[in-house]
Design a protein around this ligand. Structure first.
Ligand code: ADP
Ligand code: MG
Length: 248
């Protein structure tokens, strides 16, 4: 079943066609990668997918309902989470508090520093937060202030924050961008672990190799158009894809 449906989407910036006639469907429970060279339109497509950028024409439906004119709070409540390129965390709060606040945000519709002041709710959300942090390999750091984390651990915290909202759809824009080979491999392992949780995921990547081991379906974007779409094995051997990468 399709969870997210993009139909005939076009988006231009000035005279530049960033997206041309995009049709894409993300099936529930799958990991769907969108790859392509720099400037292909990947981030624009992701922003259109979550209603952050309004398309010039075409539609985006999540779970059968349109995403036009949806506020960021509604996005969270509808079950869509996005991993930002820059982590959105409260630096002076502990890891556990950061994750707990995100867990409460799903219900309240917004991230609030004072969300944890109701003791009735805290025990439960703290337990859930600690479980998630343990899954992310951050068990020993639950009481640490977020600002003291290494870059790789911040990425892990950010994923825990996203998962705390129990999203039905998780979107990641170049999760390994700027990372060393070592951190990239660790992140791939982490994403594979996440895949086991069954959350539907859209992963945007510039580096093809990151997604071939991760995704069940790959859409290739070049110059604003989808030039290939299928299982990793189908996409890998496609001459159009190689050309797009060599040319880009
Ligand atoms: P990718 O994420 O694949 O690298 P982007 O979606 O960021 O590509 O960009 C696609 C094209 O659209 C690029 O040529 C980029 O310069 C242009 N673009 C993206 N966002 C804007 C914007 N807000 N204003 C003008 N041009 C933009
Ligand atoms: Mg981008």
């Amino acid at each position: 079943m399709s969870l997210l449906e993009v139909k005939d989407v076009n988006k231009s910036f000035g005279g530049l066609a960033a997206l041309s006639n995009i049709n894409l469907s993300v099936d529930e429970g799958t990991v769907h990668a969108i790859i392509g060279p720099n400037g292909a339109g990947k981030s624009t497509l992701l922003n259109v997918m979550i209603g952050l950028i309004e398309a010039d024409s075409g539609t985006v439906e999540f779970d059968g309902r349109s995403l036009s004119n949806v506020s960021p709070h509604d996005i969270i409540q509808r079950g869509i989470a996005r991993v930002f390129q820059t982590p959105q965390i409260f630096p002076e709060l502990s890891l556990r508090e950061n994750v707990a606040i995100a867990g409460l945000a799903r219900r309240d519709g917004k991230f609030k520093m004072n969300a944890l002041q109701s003791p009735r709710r805290t025990a439960e959300v703290y337990d859930a937060a600690e479980d998630l942090l343990e899954d992310m390999g951050l068990k020993d750091l639950v009481h640490e202030e977020a600002q003291h984390l290494s870059r790789g651990d911040k990425r892990r915290l950010e994923l825990a924050i996203c998962l705390a909202a129990e999203p039905r759809l998780l979107l990641l824009d170049e999760p390994t961008a700027g990372m060393s080979r070592h951190d990239t491999n660790q992140t791939i392992d982490l994403l594979k672990k996440l895949a086991e949780r069954g959350t539907t995921k859209v992963v945007i990547e510039h580096d093809m190799h990151v997604v071939f081991s991760l995704a069940e379906r790959i859409s290739v974007l070049a110059q604003g158009q989808i030039i290939a779409d299928g299982a990793p094995d189908e996409v890998r051997g496609d001459p159009k894809v190689e050309e797009a990468y060599l040319g880009g």
